[in-house]
Design a protein around this ligand. Structure first.
Ligand code: AMP
Ligand code: GLY
Length: 423
């Protein structure tokens, strides 16, 4: 089988490495992929959002199955365009990807179908939003409606900060049209859990839970990033909470999307907060998380391609989806200055014995060398029997990766270990 992956980060590298385990997979193409992915797939310089070029490539190269991994091509309708040409895909169609593409849509969906989430108001008029803030409880959370490269959520600790954020989004158009509407919502507290799931629109199978570490620096200091590391499973996510989420959140969401005529197929990601009043949805993503995928997929024991195809064909109910009971830890190694500004072009060296544990996110190949080209450069994952050993092993492996100006958090998994101690 000839497989196409749209995207080019650490998440895509993890998907590709897992797909390669299937003996029927003869060739994998990545659009655009990256310099590190090039070891495991043929990378072609076609941008993930250049839908027309992606479709042309898929047709010209007789692709049997396509995996559309990032949010933007999904929201733009990449799956619809590929399926129109008869190419089966993993991922939701445009009308379902809106669950991530519009926060106003997802909040209204949850309200309509009684799915627990933070209280909120929607604004498309800046004056009304600013007036509302005068009496809003602080901290308050401001969210741009559309995609904003993961930067569209601002937690404001004062009314002035909140007003500044609203002005930047709605007036200065910091995120372009994504800020035409905003959501202002209640600030929730509690441990966060990421739950990725496979769904064919009828059956939903949650994957092993995980914990992201979003802030750039140790002890959750510094700016929000795309994610600096992950562990799986997430010890806060007990069997009781998982059952409650299935009944109150996962099944109702699948049902709600069907009732709206927006059947969701692919990977539906639930960003949850375990509040004192029970689990609530912080966000939906219409795709695998990054770097959650780098700890979740290494724990998948079933064949990924078979499971993916089952979501496309509507046969997930009859398909085995089995996860190992081991623990995984991924430490992201970034370029100094990320997520604001950083230098590129430093040579990366990776010891051969850990190559299988490395998922490359931002690198290019030049003159047979691998050079940094992104903020998040790579992730190093270890899988071990217990969490403590997985963390230790991941950090030992990180020592075997080098590039100038590298930095990483030293406390990935620390909170999870503490939570385990409390259980
Ligand atoms: P998102 O970009 O939607 O993943 O949000 C980024 C982060 O902002 C989340 O992971 C949470 O830590 C935080 N966040 C989002 N919404 C809320 C909320 N209503 N209350 C508290 N924290 C939030
Ligand atoms: N790690 C969070 C995300 O993928 O959105």
């Amino acid at each position: 089988m000839r497989i196409l992956i749209v995207g080019g980060g650490g998440r895509e590298h993890a998907i590709i490495k897992k797909l390669r385990e299937n003996k029927d997979v003869t060739e994998i193409f990545a659009l655009p992929g990256n310099g590190g992915i090039a070891k495991d797939a043929k990378c072609v310089t076609i941008g993930a959002t250049d839908i027309e070029a992606v479709v042309k490539f898929a047709v010209d190269n007789q692709i049997d199955y396509a995996v559309v991994a990032p949010d933007d091509p999904l929201v733009l309708g990449c799956v619809d365009a590929l399926e129109e040409k008869g190419i089966p895909c993993f991922g939701p169609k445009k009308n379902a990807a809106i669950i991530e593409g519009s926060k106003v849509f997802s909040k209204n969906l949850m309200k309509k179908y009684g799915i627990p989430t933070a209280e909120y108001e929607v604004f498309n008029d800046i004056d009304k939003a600013l007036a509302y803030l005068d009496s809003a409880p602080i901290p308050t959370v401001i969210k741009a409606d559309g995609l904003a490269l993961g930067k569209g959520v601002i937690i404001a600790n004062t009314i002035e900060e909140a007003k500044k954020a609203v002005t930047e989004i709605m007036q200065d158009k910091k995120f372009g049209k994504s800020g035409d509407q905003i959501v202002i919502e209640e600030f929730l507290t509690g441990p966060e859990v990421s739950v990725l799931s496979f769904t064919d629109g009828e059956t939903i199978v949650p994957m092993v839970s995980s914990m992201d570490h979003k802030r750039a620096l140790d002890n959750d200091m510094g700016l929000n990033t795309g994610g600096m590391g992950t562990v799986a499973p997430n010890p806060y996510y007990t069997k009781e909470i998982a059952d409650e989420c299935m009944q109150k959140i996962f099944l109702p969401t699948i049902d709600a999307m069907n009732k709206e005529g927006r059947t969701f197929k692919g990977c539906l990601y639930f960003g949850l907060m375990l509040t004192e009043k029970g689990p609530k949805v912080i966000e939906y993503n219409c795709r695998f998380g990054d770097p959650e995928t780098q700890v979740v997929l290494p724990l998948l024991e079933s064949d990924l391609l078979t499971v993916m195809q089952a979501t496309t064909n509507g046969t997930l109910k009859e398909t085995e989806v089995k996860f190992s009971s081991k623990n995984a830890c991924c430490v992201v190694v970034a370029s100094k200055g990320y997520p604001v500004s950083y230098e590129k072009g430093y040579e990366i060296t990776i010891s051969p014995e850990i190559e299988n544990n490395v998922y490359v996110a931002g690198a290019v190949q030049k003159d047979r060398k691998l050079l940094t080209s992104g903020g998040r450069v790579l992730g190093v994952t270890a899988v071990e029997e217990d969490l403590e050993t997985a963390i230790k092993s991941a950090y030992e492996k990180v020592d075997k990766v080098h590039f100038d100006n590298a930095f990483y958090r030293h406390d990935i998994g620390k909170r999870a270990l503490e939570a385990k101690g409390e259980n």
